[in-house]
Design a protein around this ligand. Structure first.
Ligand SMILES: NC(=O)c1ccc[n+]([C@@H]2O[C@H](COP(=O)([O-])OP(=O)(O)OC[C@H]3O[C@@H](n4cnc5c(N)ncnc54)[C@H](OP(=O)(O)O)[C@@H]3O)[C@@H](O)[C@H]2O)c1
Length: 249
């Protein structure tokens, strides 16, 4: 059981629900995000410590790792959850926004993990969980860059699993479909489809906690593994079906 955890993006949605769940089992949670008012309120509720940082800024992830270690001495569980979306035709995505998506969703979790890994390895224990997305496993129209950042996180997590085998440091991945959070409002396009049906942030948070204790890939909801398996086994048939029924969110 970890004693300390760093949850990125704890000011909202999945991250806030995860922080609450971890705090309920007695874990000291470092609450990361940018919104200091929300983080302070969550700290009062959970007994956690606020560690604000804008992960779009170069070097911010490494600084966050240093601050986290100064506060707790060790981070036993790292939940790489902070992320942003963007949806629309690719030519309408500005270069600045593209770089922002890559910085927050991909570069930051990679850097944070790299910076915290040495202390986990020296303790011969540690848990790292990534909140990825079904978009990174199947591809989604209008979300090519978002999907690419999540695919990158997946490849990083898979590679690290091999690299860390036998070290006592574990890697888990949570792959949500559609979750009822502020994500869609913030990305600027509401979710209007009827399937997949949105799930609660608490349900995803429960999968994050499971992925920490029993590392593996956790789809939320579980049936999302079926389109991914289909895409792997018969990619042509999968693409034909997805194109017909609309591969967008
Ligand atoms: N909602 C979904 O349907 C869905 C589906 C699949 C995967 N996901 C993934 O789940 C994760 C959590 O998303 P959510 O649904 O909980 O959305 P959310 O409610 O919008 O929460 C996003 C979190 O990320 C933080 N964040 C965003 N930009 C940041 C930045 N530049 N620096 C630091 N923190 C930043 C936000 O902090 P501040 O508000 O304090 O800036 C917030 O705490 C994301 O990685 C997302 O890609 C979501």
């Amino acid at each position: 059981m970890p004693r300390t955890a760093l949850v990125t993006g704890a000011s909202s949605g999945i991250g806030a629900a995860t922080a609450r769940l971890l705090a309920r089992s007695g874990i000291h949670v470092l609450l990361h995000g940018r919104d200091k008012d929300r983080l302070t309120a969550l700290a009062a509720e959970t007994g956690g410590t606020v560690v604000p940082a804008d992960l779009a800024e170069p070097g911010a992830a490494a600084e966050l790792a240093t601050r986290a270690l100064e506060i707790t001495g060790s981070v036993d569980l790292l939940v790489n959850n902070a992320g942003v979306g963007w949806a629309g035709p690719l030519p309408e995505l500005s270069g600045e926004r593209l770089r922002h998506l890559v910085a927050v969703n991909l570069t930051a979790p990679l850097e944070l993990t790299r910076a915290l890994l040495p202390s986990m390895l020296s303790q011969h224990s540690g848990q790292i969980v990534f909140v990825s997305s079904i978009a990174g496993r199947t591809g989604v129209a209008g979300e090519a860059v978002y999907a690419a950042t999540k695919s990158g996180v997946d490849a990083f997590a898979d590679s690290l699993r091999f690299e860390l085998h036998g070290t006592g440091v574990t890697v888990g991945v949570v792959v949500p479909g559609v979750v009822r959070t502020e994500f869609f409002e913030r990305r600027g396009r509401a979710y209007t489809r009827s399937t997949p049906r949105p799930v609660s942030a608490e349900r995803v948070a429960a999968a994050v906690v499971r992925a920490a204790g029993h590392p593996g890939d956790y789809y939320v909801p579980r049936w999302l593994r079926i389109p991914v398996a289909l895409r792997g086994a018969v990619p042509g048939a999968y693409r034909a079906l997805a194109t017909r029924f609309g591969a967008e969110s």
